[in-house]
Design a binder for this molecule. Structure first.
Ligand code: KG4
Ligand code: ZN
Length: 341
């Protein structure tokens, strides 16, 4: 079975083909960063228009690169939520009409399910049940994954998502949007412990997070120090990254212990963070648990994770739908991964 996956929930248009026998056959991605950079964040209307502009040429590029024709596709999967409604509608309308014209079934996929199953694309995949830490621009959640389509939310952020906190802090330091990866780079030059920032909710007994206070603490440090030398900025970045990583890894450890699990999948854009991976790997050795991360190119949004999630859902016995009427779901929690039909 060959699945075409389409992702358009935010500021990346991603398409990919996954083959049940041969694995990932190809993937293409168009990032909208230059479109939104001047505004310091994603502008929904511009995102929708850009998805419209690039989705057809991207499909043509994917077919050319994989030497496939549309006749060789068996199923079309697309992100149906959560995300920006206009952006989701572009991918959904494109996928549904393409499938309708080709008489193919479609599979609407939950964006977070795509992220958290993307680690299973690699060798030595985790075995169910496992813990998932989803850290992206829009979400920070700890979930117990019992199996495909069986997710239990254990804790989540009460305010900003981890990626959002990275981006807002980067912006305070004058780095262009999205600043997460750039802030991480800057942190490498910072001196550990030079600046102290809080580690929010580190000792709260629950599995929830809060990152907006950390951003405010950074703002206050910056306001007090009018001489923003490159070293001061690097030290702030170091302190910020250390705090976020400490809270994320400690809460994950707590969740593993509380729920009797010994494998964790870290997924979403922030899982690309090398310091986060390093601290996780150190703790994994010390406390005897296993860590899994998606390949670096699959940490941020992409079409491969959507195609792969649809393949796993079919394998687990879930049914695709007939192409035609459809809806998108900008805000929908992940429980079974099903959408109202
Ligand atoms: O999963 P994703 O592509 O989009 C959402 O679903 O939100 O995640 C994007 C987020 C952004 O906030 C970006 O700054 C952050 O992931 N990010 C990073 C790194 N690479 C991407 N944050 C910290 N360190 C990184 N290396
Ligand atoms: Zn995402």
């Amino acid at each position: 079975m060959r699945v075409l996956g389409i992702e358009s929930s935010c500021d990346e248009t991603g398409l990919a083909v996954y083959d049940s026998e041969e694995g990932l056959l190809g993937e293409v991605l168009h990032s909208q960063i230059p479109v939104h950079q001047d505004y310091g964040g994603v502008v929904p209307e511009l995102a929708s228009r850009d998805h419209i502009r690039f989705i057809t040429p991207l499909l043509q590029k994917l077919l050319k690169e994989t030497h496939l024709s549309l006749k060789e596709i068996d199923l079309i999967a697309y992100t149906a939520g959560p995300g920006l409604s206009g952006a989701l509608l572009v991918g959904a309308a494109f996928a549904e009409s393409l499938a309708f014209s080709l008489n193919l079934p479609v599979f609407p996929i939950h964006h977070l399910e795509g992220h958290l199953l993307s680690s299973l694309l690699k060798e030595n995949a985790p075995a169910f049940p496992f813990l998932a830490l989803l850290v992206s621009g829009g979400h920070t959640q700890l979930l117990k994954v019992e199996g495909v389509g069986n997710y239990h939310l254990l804790g989540e952020t009460l305010d900003d998502a981890a990626g959002e906190a990275f981006d807002k802090t980067a912006s305070l330091l004058g780095l262009p949007y999205p600043g997460g990866a750039k802030l991480a780079q800057l942190a490498q030059k910072g001196i550990r412990g030079k600046i102290k920032l809080p580690s929010p909710m580190l000792h709260s007994k629950d599995l929830d997070f809060s990152f907006s206070g950390l951003k405010t603490a950074v703002r206050q440090k910056i306001e007090k120090n009018l001489n923003l030398t490159p070293q001061f900025c690097a030290d702030i970045a170091r302190a910020f990254e250390d705090s976020v990583v400490e809270v994320l890894t400690e809460k994950t450890l707590h969740a593993l212990k509380t729920h009797g699990l010994n494998e964790v999948v870290v997924a979403g854009g922030v899982s690309a963070n090398q310091h986060l991976r390093k601290v996780f790997n150190e703790k994994a050795k010390r406390f005897h648990f296993k860590t899994h991360y998606p390949s670096l190119n699959l940490c941020t949004d992409n079409g491969a994770m959507i195609a792969f999630a649809a393949f796993l859902r079919i394998k687990a016995g879930f049914s695709p739908k007939t192409a035609g009427g459809f809806a998108v779901f900008p805000r929908i929690p992940l429980k079974t991964g099903d959408f109202p039909r």
